[in-house]
Write a protein that binds this ligand. Structure first.
Ligand code: ADP
Ligand code: MG
Length: 606
């Protein structure tokens, strides 16, 4: 609970003036609400004729009794001059006016609350988005995508509900309850004490149920994440699902998960629905005790309480039931919201595994070489790379070959620090990459991967993605280098054609050439090509290969290639085998050696 309020406090800080305004308006609402109810007492007094007329104006003093008597003095004047009915109408008009202001202030309080509640949600969403952008890549292989989306959307929504509930619970309902209790105490201390004894008992009963809500709510949110993951996966895999006629299978999985989700949802909703009737019942119970005790005071020999004051008391007390009810509801909301906050904080407080150095070295160019020194790496348990020693001089092209799973992609992921190595060093121009400013380091590199990663946007914007501002000429020039210009011109809107989700409106070869154009435009000194052509057919491979050769001119490149024909001319070829560099040399030397490379080579010839 403390953590929850700390989090809420953190997020409402920028909106403190709105909160202040809200509190003041709430106080005004409470006061007007109280007065409109208190008017019941003189109304009944006049009606029953039990209120004595006050014909002498009391000397002014700032005490409740004197103010009350002054009010009665004016009322008595009206009664004497124009009769009881006129006086009753006057009181009614007064009540109506008070009620008008009470509701006006209540509306204004909510009015100023709107930017607050939406602002909090906006801020928290921005923070999660920023965090997701900046977290290390490894974090996401551990988490489900849909679960993260659910944290960014439904959990934030839940937090909104509970945060607002808690603000209301702290700033609105208690103000009402306290103002009412004070006035009740003023009217009849002994009756109020009974209330003060009975209220906490209700509180304990309500609290018991609330606790269990939190646990179920946590489970509920996890299930929501799983559901979203399934939807996300289904959307991405529709082609395969249909091709394998697996609709029924995947649908049954979804239905089962959805069923579980709904079961928990029912449990939670039922418990939550209990909040309002429970507190109303407990409130009315208290009311009955108060009424019976009050009645004995009214009927008693000493007549400690006049009937109209007693009815006024009951009237005011009945108004406590509503805010007390919303405190209960708010409390249940908060219990639910705490589970959401835990899940949001789980992302927000996740540790960055790739840390920027304290005083990072700024670099803007690449001068001599990239060096791996005894670099070892593992994802979880098994070592993926063992003792890699490799130097890539500026301007050379190095090829990595080896069986699938031998660690080639992992090796090139280490250079832009997608993962950090626990042992050994990777140096750029003699500087450990852990000391270099991460942005500067990544600015040096351009990537083209097996799967082209494009965004649902125009061709132009996809090519211009990696640079701040690109002119049309620059984009076209890059597209020409990438052998992409011709097919782009044939697209319906040329460079302004939208390419669909992940570029789905383009062929594989076209997508890849857009990725290459993007790398050309960024113009990085170091180029990393991870099986850039292996997903393509021979025809488009040739187009892409030409584009790649254009791209590699005058650059340092690390090329992972599936087809050995494409790396024949590399300056050095490293054969990775089970995480180690097993052989190295140029093509002819390696063939000569008659080892792993020769075997791979022979396999591809047939
Ligand atoms: P290659 O690119 O040579 O085919 P990878 O570098 O992709 O090989 O993978 C090397 C090994 O690391 C494989 O055994 C693979 O299962 C494992 N691996 C790759 N990525 C991850 C990851 N994110 N988490 C855990 N293990 C991984
Ligand atoms: Mg790979």
């Amino acid at each position: 609970m403390r953590d929850f309020f700390k989090t809420v406090l953190y997020y409402i800080k920028p909106y403190k003036y709105q909160v202040l305004l809200n509190v003041m308006l709430n106080i005004l609402t409470a006061i007007f609400s109280l007065f409109s109810l208190a008017m019941l007492i003189p109304f009944l007094g006049i009606l029953f004729g039990s209120q004595e007329l006050i014909l002498v104006k009391p000397a002014f003093a700032f005490s409740p009794q004197v103010l009350l008597n002054t009010f009665y003095y004016y009322m008595s004047n009206i009664i004497v001059e124009s009769g009881k009915t006129k006086a009753l109408v006057m009181v009614s008009v007064f009540i109506l006016a008070m009620t008008f202001f009470k509701n006006l202030f209540a509306f204004l309080a909510n009015y100023f609350m709107a930017p607050l509640r939406n602002g909090i949600v906006k801020d928290i969403r921005n923070r999660i988005y920023n965090k997701v952008l900046n977290l290390h890549i490894g974090y996401f292989s551990e988490e489900k995508k849909g679960d993260i989306i659910s944290r960014m959307t439904t959990d934030v929504q839940e937090f909104e509900w509970s945060a607002i509930a808690s603000i209301e619970m702290v700033f609105r309902d208690p103000i009402l309850i306290i103002v009412f209790l004070f006035s009740l105490f003023f009217i009849s201390p002994s009756l109020t004490i009974i209330i003060l004894v009975l209220l906490p008992i209700s509180g304990i009963i309500i609290g018991r149920i609330g606790k269990s809500l939190r646990k179920s709510s946590g489970e509920f949110r996890i299930r929501m994440g799983t559901l979203l993951s399934m939807m996300e996966e289904t959307l991405g895999g529709l082609r395969i699902i249909k091709a394998f006629v697996a609709e029924k299978k995947i649908e049954n999985r979804f239905i089962a998960e959805n069923e579980e989700y709904t079961k928990i949802a029912n449990r939670i909703f039922r418990r939550e629905y209990l909040a309002s009737p429970l507190s109303e019942f407990l409130g009315v119970g208290t009311l009955m005790v108060v009424m019976i005790y009050g009645a004995t005071l009214v009927l008693g020999k000493k007549s400690e309480l006049s009937p109209e004051v007693f009815i006024g008391f009951i009237g005011i007390f009945s108004q406590i039931i509503n805010p007390a009810k919303s405190v209960t509801t708010a409390y249940y909301r908060i219990q639910k919201g705490m589970a959401a906050i835990d899940r949001i904080n789980n992302v927000l407080l996740a540790e960055h595994m790739i840390k920027e150095a304290e005083n990072p070295v700024r670099i803007s160019e690449f001068n001599s070489s990239i060096t791996f020194k005894n670099a070892s790496f593992k994802y979880a348990d098994a070592e993926v790379l063992k003792n890699i020693n490799l130097t890539i001089p500026k301007g050379k092209s190095i090829a990595l070959v080896g069986q699938s799973g031998s660690g080639k992609s992992t090796l090139v992921d280490l250079i832009p620090r997608f993962y950090d190595i626990p042992e050994g060093e990777i140096l750029i121009d003699g500087q450990n990459i852990k000391n270099i400013k991460i942005k500067d380091l990544r600015h040096l590199m351009g990537n083209v991967n097996q799967e082209s990663i494009l965004f649902n946007d125009t061709i132009f914007n996809n090519i211009a993605f990696g640079v701040e501002q690109a002119t049309e000429e620059q984009v076209i020039a890059a597209a020409k280098v990438a052998n992409a210009h011709d097919f782009i011109m044939e697209a319906p809107d040329g460079y302004q054609t939208n390419i669909g989700d992940r570029g789905s409106k383009l062929s594989g070869g076209q997508r890849q050439r857009i990725s290459i154009a993007r790398a050309v435009l960024k113009n990085p000194p170091i180029l990393i090509l991870d099986e850039a052509t292996s997903a393509l057919d021979t025809e488009s491979e040739r187009l892409v290969q030409d584009a790649l050769i254009n791209l590699m001119k005058n650059r340092t490149s690390i090329v992972i290639a599936h087809r050995l024909s494409t790396i024949k001319h590399a300056d050095e070829i490293c054969v990775l085998h089970e995480g180690k560099i097993a052989e190295r040399g140029n093509h002819d030397e390696l063939i000569e050696k008659n080892g792993i490379y020769k075997k791979l080579h022979d396999l591809q010839i047939f």
